[in-house]
Design a protein around this ligand. Structure first.
Ligand SMILES: *[C@@H]1O[C@H](CO)[C@@H](O)[C@H](O)[C@H]1NC(C)=O
Ligand SMILES: *[C@@H]1O[C@H](CO)[C@@H](O)[C@H](O)[C@H]1NC(C)=O
Ligand SMILES: *[C@@H]1O[C@H](CO)[C@@H](O)[C@H](O)[C@H]1NC(C)=O
Ligand SMILES: *[C@@H]1O[C@H](CO)[C@@H](O)[C@H](O)[C@H]1NC(C)=O
Ligand SMILES: *[C@@H]1O[C@H](CO)[C@@H](O)[C@H](O)[C@H]1NC(C)=O
Length: 525
């Protein structure tokens, strides 16, 4: 059964190859090739899941920006609640905790925090014997609390030194007499950490504090320097435009690293795509867009205009660099939080800005993530030439793929992905780029040959994308996501697809020469 369908698929692919091979090439690449790339994910924009140990040294490391917590009074056995989700008083009267009883942390230091309600206001204790309210739009001293921890219990102290307590009338007031002990008393709360999923630049920098974060981030840069890794798609954060002194809490140094990447790329005849991965305010609420607490504040005129300034900065700096292939205006805007007309207007302005500096650099626009049809941007008429639509193909992040067999995953690539790519290739519009994909899936017990087949299917299909593809990502603590691990362990067999490839990267002891047509790609030095 499987054999039959894979034969059918091969026959189909052969026709497909004859029709489409050579139909497209990307200007500026050696040998009129297409992009066959790898992402430098987690390098200039931190993503904790790619390298979790980066966060290991942070004191109180489970209380970073965006961590969601709930507090239950041990005397009342009731949860603290921002009535209506914020805007009025705080009470301690709920038996069950859900969104009004959940607070997002803004971390000020390892022991001081601000607490944000589900509607975005901050808990406030103003003056002596205050009654805690949840009405402040922006936090300052009256919104900042010491949180002292002891085995799941906490005491919350205001800056003046008084401890908060839950009164018998279910209010929260800043007037506990003296210093509470850890037994059952009105100033003691059980704190539940509901989630602490965000581990991005904001969390890392604010977690360590500026000086230490700078040292931690240097180790990433040094790592890449030692390995002299170069590639096509480089995620950057908006603060790169303010280097060497970006706004707090972001850490300088990424611009110098990007300059170096361009120099190495040039010496290896590699092209770079700069990908604006994190925009001011965050375009998707995730750590990889440097969201502070999961909110998506990008779609405001101020943030968008600041983002266009960042594109201007990047275009003016790199437009004439021989290693530049393109600039990606924004990575993965959220379909629910970023309206299409806002995005299209931003993309049109971004296109014009890049064209001020370069007639040839590719301008890359990314599809919205979530349930969005790529055609929405395909038809948006964003620019006249050298424009590319970036689609991210993961057989993950959707219940559709949960419990799917290896064979069904592969069939999905050949049928659904391929049909979509073919339709877009044939449409009159931007070139198509699979700017992120990975040789991982929801299959739990895939064998090496399952992975090889899956990788082969993806390479065959994505090779047909008119602009090309880039693997996510070069280095990753999760081995199936790690390009280098996939190559060294023969899980991903690039050799025959990369006869005229776009990049190499050099390791201390060996060179992976993807230009080499021979099957053994690893040339030991
Ligand atoms: C807030 O609490 C204060 C003190 O208990 C009370 O006087 C006031 O009415 C409360 N406000 C609201 C909106 O519940
Ligand atoms: C983005 O916009 C929000 C809302 O206007 C603002 O609070 C925030 O400071 C902006 N972020 C940046 C980084 O400019
Ligand atoms: C996946 O399989 C497990 C175990 O059989 C089942 O409990 C779960 O509901 C399935 N999930 C989906 C989304 O089909
Ligand atoms: C598969 O999906 C389930 C549900 O989303 C998730 O819990 C699990 O970690 C996934 N497994 C893999 C191998 O990705
Ligand atoms: C890679 O292989 C190609 C083809 O065999 C060869 O011309 C080139 O010099 C090699 N590059 C490196 C860096 O070894």
């Amino acid at each position: 059964m499987e054999l039959v369908s894979s034969k059918w698929v091969c026959a189909f692919l052969l026709c497909f190859w004859l029709v489409f091979s050579g139909a497209y090439s990307v200007e500026g690449l050696r040998g009129n090739s297409k992009v066959k790339g790898v992402n430098l994910g987690g390098w200039l924009v931190v993503e904790g899941w790619i390298k979790p140990t980066l966060f290991d040294g942070i004191p109180n490391g489970d209380m970073l920006d965006g961590t969601e917590v709930q507090f239950k009074s041990v005397t009342l056995q009731k949860y603290m609640c921002a009535e209506n989700g914020g805007g009025v008083n705080v009470t301690v009267n709920r038996d069950v905790a859900s969104s009004w009883e959940t607070f997002k942390i803004w971390r000020v230091s390892e022991s001081t925090f601000q607490l944000r309600t589900s509607l975005g206001q901050f808990l406030t204790c103003d003056g002596e014997q205050c009654s805690v309210s949840a009405a402040a739009g922006l936090p300052s001293a009256s919104q900042t609390f010491f949180i002292e921890r002891n085995n799941g219990r906490v005491h919350i102290k205001v800056m003046s030194g008084a401890y908060l307590q839950a009164t018998v009338g279910n209010q929260l007031t800043g007037d506990y007499p003296g210093m509470p002990s850890w037994d059952d008393n009105a100033a003691t709360f059980e704190m539940t950490i509901v989630s602490n999923n965000l581990h991005g630049d904001f969390q890392l920098a604010n977690g360590y504090g500026h000086n230490e974060a700078k040292e931690v981030l240097k180790t990433i840069s040094r790592f890449l320097y030692r390995h002299r890794i170069n590639t096509v798609r480089i995620p950057v954060g908006w603060w790169i435009a303010f280097d060497p002194n970006p706004p707090s809490p972001f850490i300088g140094g990424t611009l110098e690293a990007l300059d170096n990447a361009f120099s190495w790329a040039q010496s290896f005849n590699i092209k770079c795509i700069i990908d604006l991965h994190a925009a001011p305010g965050s375009q998707n609420g995730m750590e990889h867009s440097a969201s502070r607490d999961g909110s998506t504040g990008w779609p405001t005129p101020d943030n968008i205009s600041q983002t266009l300034d960042v594109i201007d900065f990047l275009a003016s700096r790199y437009a004439r660099h021989p290693a530049l292939l393109g600039i990606e205006l924004l990575n993965e805007p959220s379909v629910t939080m970023v309206p299409l007309d806002t995005l299209v207007s931003y993309y049109r302005q971004g296109y014009q800005i890049v064209r001020k500096y370069s007639q040839t650099a590719y301008v890359i626009i990314c599809q919205r993530i979530g349930n969005a049809d790529p055609l929405e941007l395909y038809q948006a008429n964003i620019g006249s030439h050298n424009i590319v639509l970036d689609l991210h193909f993961y057989n993950l992040f959707d219940t559709f793929f949960v419990n799917m067999s290896a064979a069904d995953n592969i069939l999905f690539i050949y049928k659904s992905r391929e049909a979509q790519l073919q339709a877009l290739n044939n449409a009159n519009g931007p070139l198509v780029f699979i700017g992120e994909w990975v040789n991982e899936w929801n299959v739990t017990s895939g064998s090496q040959s399952d992975y090889q087949d899956y990788g082969k299917a993806q390479l065959e299909v994505y090779d047909a994308a008119s602009f090309g593809w880039a693997y996510w990502t070069l280095k990753n603590d999760r081995k199936h996501w790690d390009f280098e691990w996939n190559m060294r362990n023969n899980y991903l067999q690039l050799g025959k697809y990369l006869k005229s490839s776009v990049f190499y990267f050099e390791h201390t002891s060996w060179v992976l020469n993807l230009s080499s047509p021979v099957t053994s790609d690893l040339c030991y030095k």
